[in-house]
Each structure stands twice: as structure tokens, then as C-alpha cells.
Design a protein around this ligand. Structure first.
Ligand SMILES: Cc1cc2nc3c(=O)[nH]c(=O)nc-3n(C[C@H](O)[C@H](O)[C@H](O)COP(=O)(O)OP(=O)(O)OC[C@H]3O[C@@H](n4cnc5c(N)ncnc54)[C@H](O)[C@@H]3O)c2cc1C
Length: 373
């Protein structure tokens, strides 16, 4: 990028998908961008996400529309090269526990009512729509959402960072806990834990679950509902699975290299938090999750965990995204959301537009941080 004296200087704090995506979108619009992050890129939620791309189930209409736009942007990226192993659209398959067929039917009816592609299937109908599933694990009925997909966020971050560097972005790794600097009530830039300062016309705080803590010194309150969760990556195994599965005992998605990514919440009580901020879980519980996943896959392969990561899953206190400029601190913007994988590309697009032009995008109207004031 040619960084001219007149280009807008923007500092982005946070090397997760929201920070990286917004940084790249800003560079595309001619901004001069510095991206600072505490340690490495994708070191937090982005590095341990199920990253199922969807708007399944029920939620507010603005959130649903934003998620549909999010999936749309991934479809555009997918169409530019369908051969990428880290971004695929194989649909999503979900089912509930035995005795809950009416809950599944009601979810399907809701999805149909908002135009979301949703097929209610008996177990024996699953093989005709998606391969590799052990349908004997499905107790009653299942929903197949053909339009859904998945992404491996660390690969997407690598992909976007190639463009970031090609366009002349400045990356500051190991910045420690950076903070927003303010003078006369207006954002002036970012200070790192080591005392370095980066002057900027605008700052984006995209610090995942740490976002409320980063804006708190500015007098801004954003409630934090982020739970602790785990993502397991398995060793490679032969399989034909293409869909992301959300089931009563395991969430499973294909992952590059013939591996699987596994997630759920029933094991949360087995997670121990330590004084240094790290978390641990007994190895046996991780294997139990892999065993639950194996039951869902045709042939019930012996799944072995290769690695697992535990940490906070960013979720704002009211469950809805928080996007936009802080009313109290002009020039300071935030991006803090659940489902940041689905929203990663669209949020970067819309927020960068707001930062560059000052024009507020109508799709973000209900997600402003000011709603907590
Ligand atoms: C187990 C799990 C499953 C998920 N499943 C899905 C799913 O199926 N679909 C979906 O859409 N989403 C899913 N998500 C959510 C999605 O992954 C996250 O919303 C998204 O990755 C968040 O990205 P982020 O950039 O906001 O935050 P993060 O990835 O957490 O990145 C924040 C970055 O900011 C840095 N940082 C924090 N504080 C500071 C500071 N003071 N100074 C400098 N740097 C700082 C951190 O080190 C980190 O690098 C899941 C998440 C998890 C954990």
C-alpha cells in the first residue's frame, strides 16, 4: 500500500479474526494500519473455534440478517477458489436427544418461516443428503441445513495476513496488554505494555473476551458473558464427513488434513482454572469427547485427540454483538461478538466502512455499545 501523509491512521488492537479482517478491509480502503496484539495471531478464541458458518435456530432479526450476510461473504470467498481445504460448504446436521423430536420439529418450522434452508429428516434419509454419518446415532429426527459451511480460522487469518503484508500493514506482535490512549476526550492512539505509543486517528478494540476490560478504563461498561470452552483437534482418520454436526453429546466439524475439530459444553465442569490464567482438563475427559464424536461417524473410527485448547469464548452479556464507535470516546470503536467466525468477514467490512467514512451502517444499528450506557 502507498501510505501517504494524508491517509487515515488506524490502530487495531487484537490479532483474532475480527481484528485481522477489519485491518485488511481498512487497508483495502487506503488506511494506514497498525495491528497490535498481546502475543501471536489467533492466540485466543480464533485459534480454538468450531467455526460453523450458520444462522441456524432462532435469534433477533437483525442478528439473523447479519449472520446471513456473514455466510454470504464466505460464499464469495469460497467461489473464488472452491479447492481451499480450510473453507468448505458441506451443510450442517443437527439433532436433539431422544424424546425431543417436537423441539426439533419446532426449530425446523421456525427456520422455514424465515426462509432458512432447512430439511427435516428421518434417520434413514440422512445418507441421501450428506455422506459419512452413522445414522444409527440419530434417535428420532434431524435437521439438515444445506447452505451452511465451516472455516478453519487460523488458515483464514494466514490467508488475510498475506494481503495485510502485501498492502503494507504494520504488525506488532507481543505488544502485551495494549490500551487506548485518549486526550481531551478523543482517541489519540494505542500504548503497549512496554511503553511504546502508536498515534492514530481511530482505534478498533477487537480483543475478544478481553474487550470489556480494555474499554473499562475509558469509563465504558460492556457486560461480559464469556464462558470457558474447549476445542479438540483429532489425529487424521479416513472419513467422508462433509457436514458440521451439532448433536446432544458432541459438535463435530471436518478440519484440514483429514482431522476433526470437536466441541461441546457437557465437560465444562471438568475444567480447572489456574492462578496464572491457564486452564486444564483431565485427558480422560478429552478422550470421552472423542469417543462421543466417533459414535456419529460412519464406521465409528477410533478418534484420538491430537491437541486441545481451553479458554474464553467471547460472548457479550446480552448475547448480541457489540459493534461500533463508543459514544463516550470518539474515534474508539469496538468489535465484540459471539459467532465471530460467521461474522468475521462481514464485521470487518462494515466496521472498516464506518471507521473510514463516519457513516453508520444500518445493519449494525441495534448492536451499538451505547445500549449499555
Ligand atoms: C470453542 C469455540 C467454538 C466456537 N464455535 C463457533 C462457531 O461454531 N461459529 C461461529 O461463528 N463462532 C464460533 N466461535 C466464536 C468465534 O470463534 C469467536 O467469536 C471469534 O474467534 C472471536 O474472534 P475475536 O477476534 O473477537 O477474538 P479473539 O480470537 O479472542 O482474539 C482477540 C485477540 O486480542 C488479543 N488481546 C486481548 N487483549 C489485548 C490487549 N489488551 N492488548 C493486545 N491484544 C489483546 C488476544 O491476545 C487475542 O489475540 C467459537 C468459539 C470457541 C472458543
Amino acid at each position: 500500500m502507498s501510505s501517504t501523509a494524508s491517509s487515515k491512521r488506524v490502530a487495531v488492537i487484537g490479532g483474532g479474526i475480527l481484528g485481522v479482517s477489519t485491518a485488511v478491509h481498512l487497508l483495502r480502503q487506503g488506511a494506514s494500519v497498525v495491528l497490535l496484539t498481546e502475543r501471536g495471531l489467533a492466540s485466543e478464541a480464533t485459534g480454538r473455534s468450531l467455526s460453523w458458518l450458520n444462522s441456524a435456530g432462532e435469534r433477533s432479526t437483525p442478528y439473523h440478517l447479519l449472520r446471513l450476510a456473514g455466510v454470504d461473504r464466505y460464499r464469495t470467498l469460497f467461489a473464488s477458489d472452491p479447492g481451499r481445504e480450510w473453507l468448505q460448504f458441506g451443510g450442517g446436521l443437527m439433532w436433539n436427544a431422544a424424546g425431543q423430536h417436537a423441539v426439533t420439529e419446532s426449530r425446523h418450522a421456525y427456520e422455514k418461516s424465515v426462509g432458512y434452508d432447512s430439511k427435516l429428516l428421518a434417520p434413514e434419509e440422512i445418507a441421501a443428503v450428506t455422506p459419512g454419518i452413522d445414522s444409527s446415532a440419530v434417535p428420532e429426527n434431524a435437521i439438515f441445513n444445506p447452505g451452511e459451511g465451516w472455516v478453519s480460522l487460523p488458515d483464514l487469518v494466514d490467508f488475510l495476513m498475506d494481503e495485510f503484508h502485501a498492502r503494507g500493514g504494520q504488525l506488532v506482535l507481543n505488544a502485551g496488554k495494549a490500551s487506548v490512549t485518549v486526550e481531551d476526550g478523543r482517541t489519540t492512539g494505542v500504548g503497549t505494555a512496554g511503553g511504546e505509543t502508536y498515534a492514530a486517528d481511530a482505534v478498533l478494540v477487537a480483543c475478544g473476551a478481553a474487550t470489556p476490560a480494555v474499554v473499562a478504563p475509558l469509563g465504558v461498561h460492556i457486560p461480559n458473558g464469556s464462558p470457558v470452552s474447549m476445542l479438540v483437534l483429532t489425529k487424521p482418520v479416513d472419513h467422508d464427513v462433509r457436514a458440521v454436526m451439532n448433536t446432544p453429546r458432541a459438535a463435530v466439524r471436518p478440519n484440514p488434513g483429514n482431522t476433526f475439530a470437536l466441541d461441546h459444553d457437557w465437560y465444562e465442569e471438568h475444567i480447572t482454572g489456574h492462578a496464572d490464567g491457564s486452564f486444564s482438563i483431565p485427558d480422560g475427559v478429552v478422550q470421552d469427547l472423542a469417543d462421543e464424536a466417533s459414535k456419529l461417524i460412519a464406521g465409528n473410527p477410533d478418534l484420538k485427540p491430537a491437541s486441545w485448547k481451553i479458554g474464553y469464548k467471547p460472548i457479550p452479556g446480552d448475547g448480541e454483538p457489540v459493534f461500533g464507535e463508543l459514544g463516550q470516546v470518539p474515534g474508539c470503536f469496538v468489535a465484540f461478538t459471539h459467532s465471530g467466525a460467521t461474522l468475521g468477514l462481514i464485521a470487518g467490512e462494515l466496521l472498516s466502512g464506518e471507521i473510514m467514512t463516519g457513516n453508520k451502517h444500518p445493519m449494525l444499528a441495534t448492536f451499538r455499545p451505547g445500549r449499555f450506557s
